[in-house]
Design a protein around this ligand. Structure first.
Ligand SMILES: C[S@@+](CC[C@H](N)C(=O)[O-])C[C@H]1O[C@@H](n2cnc3c(N)ncnc32)[C@H](O)[C@@H]1O
Length: 391
């Protein structure tokens, strides 16, 4: 067994181990482990090796310093297993041990590459977990110790995802000394509104006023109460309908996340009328174009309700993006959160731009004629859009 020890010492000293799989148990024991995996893992105080013991219905882990790992591997190969598949950066080794402990080692070219060794490979979030954050505690996303509650983890991830998308466009916000003016249309319970306020004012230390608008008075009252408790003096909530909203002249950012049907279009139109620097919108349910869309060629898609509904949502979001481009916005459609959580996962991010793609107007006209549609945004944008369509 000395040559096994030598080989393992050499691999572990060189730090080239990727994965070692020990299998083919010498003495069958249904209660005992059937297989052991050994992988390098980077912990706070350096490189360790993680042993994963696979039992019939469970797996246990043990981390070991390099020297102990060599002893352990030798013990496991000497007493429990007859085979080791060892993948390293410079070659794959097959270690075979006979009934009589005769060792045979075969070497082949490497087939695996080294991955990130960080044991705690959790994503680094803009708002970190495990650090108590008053607004997240108040909203019930984390507890007093900063632990994110299991049933709020998706929300926590969504908040951070949204902030990452905001972070990318901060340079596009043009504050000429008045402080950033932001409106969140259809803010609902306002997790993302509070998060945005926290990010801009407490993390980035920017001056920002955020107005949340929603149709529901009880929700608005509740959000105002939380804002007061948190001392968020420039975050206010009002009851109102997006389409009727008045009272702001300059708005730097418009947010509208999951506002229903044409409420999303109303928010986009408001944003364009204000000439907002940045627009974020995650459309929700879509009804407006569903009864309008028709093209004979698309018959096989139109005749199935479920397909037609999805088709109509995609057409609507494509039209929204196309019209934003025509109105002078560089527009991206991004995946907001994993499809597995909700199919409503397209985020429209539009940033004011001087360059309108030449093709945008022609694309719009062709697309509109193809589907025989008359979208809300075109009607609501009125003359401003018509000038661009004709010009
Ligand atoms: C699904 S919730 C989304 C809440 C929040 N934006 C989010 O993403 O978590 C949609 C909210 O939009 C509001 N809403 C729908 N149509 C609206 C309109 N025309 N004007 C104002 N708010 C509206 C609803 O009352 C509801 O609270």
């Amino acid at each position: 067994m000395e040559n096994v020890r030598e080989l393992m010492e050499q691999i572990i000293d060189a730090g080239t181990l990727i994965d070692l799989v020990l299998s083919y148990v010498r003495k069958k024991d249904p209660e005992g482990f059937q297989k052991v995996d050994v992988r390098p893992v980077m912990l706070k105080d350096g490189l360790y090796y993680q042993f994963t013991y696979h039992y019939k219905n469970k797996a246990t882990h043990e981390n070991m310093a390099p020297k102990d790992a060599v002893d352990k591997i030798q013990d496991l190969l000497g007493n429990y297993f007859r085979q080791g598949q060892c993948f390293t950066r410079e070659g794959d080794y097959q270690i075979l041990i006979s009934k009589k402990f005769k060792v045979n080692i075969l070497k082949k070219s490497p087939t695996k590459t080294m991955k990130d060794l960080s044991h705690n490979r959790r994503k680094k979030y803009i708002i970190p977990e495990n650090i108590p954050n008053p607004f997240l505690i108040r909203l019930g996303v984390m507890n007093e110790k900063g632990k994110v509650l299991a049933n709020k983890y998706d929300k926590f991830r969504q908040i951070n995802r949204f902030l990452e998308m905001v972070a990318d466009v901060i340079p596009a916000l043009e504050d000429k000394g008045e402080g950033l003016q932001i409106v969140d249309f259809g803010c609902g319970k306002s997790y993302l509104t509070f998060a945005l306020y926290h990010y801009l004012t407490e993390i980035l230390k920017l001056r920002a006023n955020i107005t949340g608008l929603d149709l529901k008075k009880d929700v608005v009252d509740h959000c105002n109460e939380i804002a007061r408790e948190l001392g968020y003096g420039n975050l206010e909530f009002f009851v109102g309908d997006i389409g009727q909203f008045q009272g702001k002249e300059r708005v730097h950012m418009v947010v509208s996340l999951h506002a229903c049907d044409t409420a999303t279009d109303a928010a986009l139109v408001k944003a364009v009328e204000w000439g907002a620097d940045v627009i974020f919108s995650v459309p929700c349910c879509q009804h407006e174009l569903l009864p309008q869309i028709h093209n004979e060629v698309m018959g096989p898609m139109e005749k199935h309700g479920i397909i037609k509904e999805r088709l109509s949502s995609l057409i609507t979001d494509s039209i929204r993006a196309n019209l934003l481009e025509i109105m002078g916005y560089a527009t991206q459609l991004l995946e907001f959160i994993d499809m597995e959580h909700t199919p409503k996962n397209i985020l429209i991010r539009a940033v004011k731009s001087d360059r309108i793609p030449k093709s945008a107007v022609e694309e719009y006209k062709r697309f509109k004629a193809f589907w025989q549609i008359n979208p809300y945004m075109e009607r609501a944008l009125g003359e401003k859009l018509q000038k661009r369509l004709q010009g």
